[in-house]
Write a protein that binds this ligand. Structure first.
Ligand SMILES: Nc1ncnc2c1ncn2[C@@H]1O[C@H](COP(=O)(O)OP(=O)(O)OP(=O)(O)O)[C@@H](O)[C@H]1O
Length: 234
């Protein structure tokens, strides 16, 4: 297993005894980007939450950067250098943009973190004193992404970052993700519904169907989109 990759083996998880994901196995090489796609309700968010320790693991194992994380709570998973960009609002709505960033990066140099934010989303530097809750939905997603980049983890788990974003912002995000990987070798697992975005940024893909991996492949293969679409069509 790679020193900075993700290794999930036969992971099961869910809610109050109801298994939603069943024996899911996934692995990435260091700096690799894996897109996990699937229809609504197939367990994509549940998979990320179980990996982060936000939901009980009902079987199987999770390792990040070669380190065992199966029994760790979320704060300890984060300490392994794993960032999580949640689908739902995960910002402190009443705190400013700057305060949200400072809380995330307090253990590293804030100026270095700000340089990362400026490189990804320069508009946020003009909004440092604005309350996060008054940013638009798309701007809040950019702040969430910037906050994870500023922390500088080796692994990022990103849940449907493109949802509700305009095409130009989605293009910008693709550039930001490629840039982070190129400069820091960040390993990423992207849960996505946006197929062109997923295939543009990922090296490999996997489809989750009713909590199980139904198909996997390389993003560069000519039939990748057709194979994925077979699973996404109703
Ligand atoms: N808090 C919860 N309590 C009970 N069941 C839940 C909870 N959250 C999600 N589920 C169920 O788990 C299943 C998978 O949900 P999940 O959010 O992981 O799907 P998803 O693939 O991320 O879907 P989407 O693309 O719509 O976000 C669904 O059937 C959902 O109803």
């Amino acid at each position: 297993m790679s020193a900075s990759g993700i290794e999930v083996q036969q992971l099961s998880s869910g809610y109050a005894g109801a298994k939603v994901i069943r024996e899911v196995s996934l692995a990435t090489a260091p700096g690799e980007i894996l897109a996990v796609l699937g229809k609504n309700g197939m367990g994509k968010s549940t998979l990320l939450k179980a990996m982060m320790g936000l939901l009980p693991r009902m079987g199987g194992s999770v390792r990040f950067a070669g380190r065992e994380a199966t029994r760790l709570p979320p704060y300890a998973v984060a300490r392994l250098g794993v960032g999580y960009v949640a689908q739902e609002k995960a910002l402190f709505q009443d705190l400013t943009v700057e305060e949200n960033l400072r809380l995330a990066v307090r253990r590293t140099d804030f100026e270095v973190a700000l340089a990362e934010v400026e490189r990804a989303f320069p508009f946020l530097l003009q909004r440092l004193k604005q309350r996060a809750g008054t940013l638009s939905g798309g701007e809040q997603k950019m702040l969430l992404m910037a906050r994870s980049l500023a922390v500088g983890g080796k692994v990022l788990l990103i849940d449907e970052i493109t949802e509700g974003l305009q095409p130009s912002v989605i293009d910008r995000l693709a550039g930001v993700i490629r840039d982070a990987r190129a400069r820091h070798g960040t390993t990423m697992l992207l849960v996505e519904q946006h197929l062109p975005f997923a295939l543009a940024v990922a090296d490999r893909w996997a489809v989750l169907d009713r909590g199980e991996i139904a198909d996997t492949g390389a993003a560069g293969e000519p039939d990748a989109a057709a194979r994925i679409l077979r699973h996404l069509s109703v």
